[in-house]
Design a protein around this ligand. Structure first.
Ligand SMILES: Cc1cc2nc3c(=O)[nH]c(=O)nc-3n(C[C@H](O)[C@H](O)[C@H](O)COP(=O)(O)OP(=O)(O)OC[C@H]3O[C@@H](n4cnc5c(N)ncnc54)[C@H](O)[C@@H]3O)c2cc1C
Length: 421
């Protein structure tokens, strides 16, 4: 434990980000209370995701080409992307900021930072696996970006080139070489890009492990408790108001996922955030079990072996906090499987429960990590979109460093929650 002054820190949200913040803060000696609006037996975005740790995802969502692709997909009910048209000032402002960020200069600035965060997080996952006899199920075999067409493979080859320029190993392989890399499944692909540093794990096991470690370390949890208001005094937050009473503390962490923006609205803080709904379906007895995780490049579907099960996940629907399931989009996902893995059938997925989660998405594809200028003792830890699991351990470490008055191990000015003014 460090010699910094011990504080009482309240964390709003017990998803993967909140739990990683809790354990990192507790390891520095702080008293930590996590407030979570759902009961302890819960679900949510951090549980049913694809479980991938992805240094390969160094290009932010806001990138050139994305707006045109999004527009094309909008009109196909089975496509992986959809924005529910609605007159929402938040959505329109978010969209304009997304368009502004989707340029080469932003990607050039963001990519090295995402790379640094990803590699630091990956190292922390290795450490966690070592400390827990790998009960989180970390598998370090890499990821295949599988391409049906030569055109997609050529585009991915460009990404591979940029990855190597950033010092990330990436190899373009033929269909035959992909089959050698993953003998667990028969594929029908033109080729793939192999990212050997990517890993996968079981999110459920990870969350259970983190919760157990937090409890053992002395972190307190208040389940079924929702942060509704904040009490302030000049430039400090002094307490959170909840349905179970007021909880005073020295510092606060906002880790409320897609609900974060609404949670700080009463503080008049603007945090541009849209929920990006995604689905997953888990096959309990797959016909074949790949050894590696992969992404179907054209279909934008993530495929992850988890123990003896196989999970497929995907879609990005900007429909506000609506949690309904759009069956056509789920069908779009499951119908993609036999195109890449021809021994599977879309029927394999019929009647399986569909899981959904709301990813907290910032307009520029970067998370919000840092103190709010207006309230110095309130720290944001949200907006990780498609990389929340991947970046959770480093997010926890950075928040703990900040609230302990230490220099952060990664420069995070670009992640400020105030960056949109
Ligand atoms: C289909 C799919 C696949 C994905 N695959 C991957 C992947 O392979 N790798 C990866 O890195 N990421 C992946 N993600 C993204 C990842 O799941 C998210 O980025 C991550 O779970 C976000 O975690 P979080 O803790 O910020 O939010 P959440 O998990 O949503 O947690 C936030 C918590 O805060 C609570 N809360 C909110 N407001 C309040 C309040 N006012 N008071 C009290 N509690 C509150 C909520 O109840 C919730 O439990 C995927 C997502 C989806 C949907």
């Amino acid at each position: 434990m460090s010699a910094t002054r011990q504080q009482h820190v309240v964390i709003c949200g017990a998803g993967i980000i909140g739990l990683c913040c809790a354990t990192a803060l507790r390891a520095r000696g702080h008293e930590v209370t996590v407030i979570e609006r759902t009961p302890e037996a819960r679900d949510g975005c951090s549980f049913g995701n694809a479980g991938m740790i992805v240094p390969s995802h160094f290009i932010p969502l806001a990138a050139p080409g994305m707006p045109a692709l999004a527009l094309k997909w909008m009109f196909n009910p089975k496509s992986p992307f959809y924005i529910r048209p609605r007159l929402s000032v938040d959505l329109i402002t978010w969209g304009l900021r997304f368009l502004r960020a989707a340029n080469p200069a932003h990607v050039a600035r963001a990519a090295p930072l995402i790379r640094e965060l990803s590699l630091a997080s990956r190292a922390l996952y290795e450490q966690l696996a070592a400390e827990t006899a790998n009960e989180i199920g970390l598998v370090q075999r890499g990821l295949l970006m599988l391409c049906l067409s030569q055109h997609a493979l050529d585009e991915e080859a460009h990404v591979a080139l940029r990855a190597r320029e950033l010092g990330l190993p990436a190899e373009v392989v033929s269909g035959a070489q992909a089959a050698i890399l993953d003998p667990g499944v028969r594929m029908a692909v033109a080729g793939a890009v192999y990212f050997p540093l990517d890993c996968h794990l079981s999110p459920q096991n990870l969350l259970a492990t983190l919760l157990r470690r937090a409890l053992t370390a002395g972190v307190k949890f208040q389940w079924s408790t929702e942060v509704t208001h904040w009490r302030t005094a000049s430039s400090r937050v002094t307490a959170v108001t909840t349905n179970n009473g007021e909880i005073p503390a020295d510092a606060f962490v906002l880790a409320g996922g897609s609900w974060s923006a609404a949670t700080v609205r009463s503080l008049r803080l603007t945090l541009p955030l849209q929920a990006g709904k995604g689905y997953s379906v888990t096959l309990p007895h797959p016909r074949q079990l790949p050894h590696l995780c992969s992404i179907f490049t054209e279909a934008r579907v993530a495929v992850t072996p988890m123990g003896s099960t196989l999970r497929i996940g995907g879609t990005m629907e900007l429909s506000g906090l609506d949690e309904s399931i759009q069956r056509a989009r789920v069908a779009g996902m499951t119908e993609a499987v036999p195109r890449y893995f021809p021994d599977f059938s879309a029927e394999d997925f019929r009647d399986l429960p569909v899981w959904h989660g709301l990813r907290p998405c910032s307009p520029d594809g970067l998370p919000y990590i840092g103190r709010f200028g207006r309230y110095h003792n309130l720290c944001a830890a949200t907006g990780h979109a498609m990389m929340g699991l991947s970046l959770a351990p480093i997010t926890g470490q950075l928040v703990a460093e900040l609230l302990s008055g230490e220099k952060t191990s990664v420069a995070i000015d670009a992640l400020s929650p105030d960056r949109f003014g």
